[in-house]
Design a protein around this ligand. Structure first.
Ligand SMILES: Nc1ncnc2c1ncn2[C@@H]1O[C@H](COP(=O)(O)OP(=O)(O)OP(=O)(O)O)[C@@H](O)[C@H]1O
Ligand SMILES: [Mg+2]
Length: 380
């Protein structure tokens, strides 16, 4: 199947600052793509280029075989003719318009008179459970209601592609879950394609058919949540999706060694590098009270407790192992009784299973190399 939405070589600069840098992206019909990346990496700018709110310097944007932007042909279809809906973080409702007029706005600018007359506005309001709010003004709505109206406005014209720019980040945790579920459900029933920007990893894993991790105006990895989780392409991706434990390993006579002098046997030889960085999920590290408790096959790292926070079934524990700070989750049932009163500096042992490590070249990680480096050692 050919891609429905295709972006090729998209470049957008502000002055000398290249914000979107020869970006390529393909999406299938109805696909939900989640865009993740640190602040300033170009997420909003990319969405604005897709929507036609920014003019890129170069590249091609193709929606269903129709070019809406092509720098070579000086083609730039205006925003209201692109069949794209947008939902912003700030809601961006017009304060002087009622909810009804806010939702109707995309139909008006697209001159969709039949839809306007045919009850589409009411239908969109009902989709987000806000049909009773149509005659109010935005200032008379709660944050969650405003965001629902913004979602209704983004969907009302039944666009093929809906762009969501951190639509949930201004909502409190419980509302965020509710609206997130609603967006997910609407996507399932209406089948629009979506690009959804978020900073929240769990939101990204929950919503995305695929995740796109962006770095300095380019895509570092684009893949299913399951594959990104199981096999982050680079140290950057690993860090960004929450694989927060980082250990530097150096080649020694007997194999690989941590900065604290602990030897770790890696299944595979790593030919080109004398230094690598290993990444581990907090869930992949284990907590022990002393060396004697560590089972065979588990590498013990001696450490000192920095903090522990109760989180229900588990404690979030931070320790210092040599120069490295490690995070792990310890079972409340196993460790709650002593962790609750444990003082900072308490000696503990962190258990590491080498097969759960992802290993990347150290220099690429440190220098932010352009090339996408594949992991050198895969988990089992
Ligand atoms: N209108 C503008 N004029 C000049 N520079 C801009 C403009 N808009 C964005 N930038 C710059 O472009 C870069 C990318 O901005 P963008 O808003 O796309 O980032 P982002 O990934 O959405 O970040 P965040 O997660 O903080 O929203 C930033 O360095 C920003 O300062
Ligand atoms: Mg942004």
């Amino acid at each position: 199947m050919s891609a429905k939405f295709r972006v090729e070589g998209l470049t957008k600069s502000y002055g000398s600052n290249v914000v979107v840098d020869h970006l390529d992206l393909e999406m299938e019909e109805g696909e939900f793509l989640v865009l993740l990346g640190p602040s300033g990496c170009g997420k909003t700018t990319t969405l604005r280029c897709l929507a036609g709110l920014e003019t890129p310097e170069s590249g091609v944007i193709d929606f269903k075989g129709r070019h809406v932007f092509d720098s070579g042909r000086r083609l730039n279809v205006p925003a209201h003719k692109r069949d794209v809906g947008m939902v912003f973080q700030s809601y961006a409702l017009w304060p002087n318009m009622t909810v009804r007029k806010n939702i109707a706005y995309p139909l008006k600018v697209r001159k969709m008179r039949e839809a306007l007359a045919g009850g589409r506005v009411e239908e969109a309001a009902a989709m987000v459970h806000c049909e009773h709010l149509l005659d109010r003004y935005p200032s008379q709505l709660s944050g969650g209601q405003q965001q629902r109206i913004a979602v209704a406005r983004g969907l009302v014209s039944r666009p093929d592609l809906v762009l969501f720019d951190e639509p949930l980040s201004n909502l409190d945790a419980r509302l965020r879950d509710t609206v997130r579920t609603e967006i997910h459900r609407l996507h399932e029933s209406l089948g629009f394609g979506a690009v959804f920007v978020t900073h929240d990893q769990s939101e990204a894993f929950a919503l995305g058919d695929r995740l796109a991790i962006m770095r300095a105006g380019r895509m570092e990895q684009v893949d299913t949540p399951q594959r990104v989780y199981a096999d982050p392409a680079t140290d950057y991706v690993a860090e960004f999706i929450g694989m927060s434990n980082r250990l530097e390993l150096h080649r020694g006579a007997e194999g690989w060694r941590t900065n604290a002098g602990v030897d770790i046997a890696l299944e595979r030889d790593l030919p080109d590098s004398d230094a690598v960085v290993a990444r581990l999920w907090p869930d992949d590290l284990e907590l022990y009270r002393d060396l004697a408790s560590v089972p065979s096959g588990v590498v013990p790292l001696e450490a000192e407790l920095l903090s522990s926070e109760f989180g229900g079934r588990t404690y979030d524990v931070t320790v210092a192992a040599g120069q490295e700070e490690l995070r792990l989750r310890a079972s409340s049932a196993l460790h709650g009784s002593w962790l609750r009163g444990a003082e900072e500096g308490t000696k503990v042992v962190v258990g590491l299973r080498p097969e759960t490590m992802k290993v990347y070249p150290l220099d690429a990680a440190a220098a932010g190399a352009e090339a996408v480096a594949r992991p050198l050692v895969a988990a089992s």
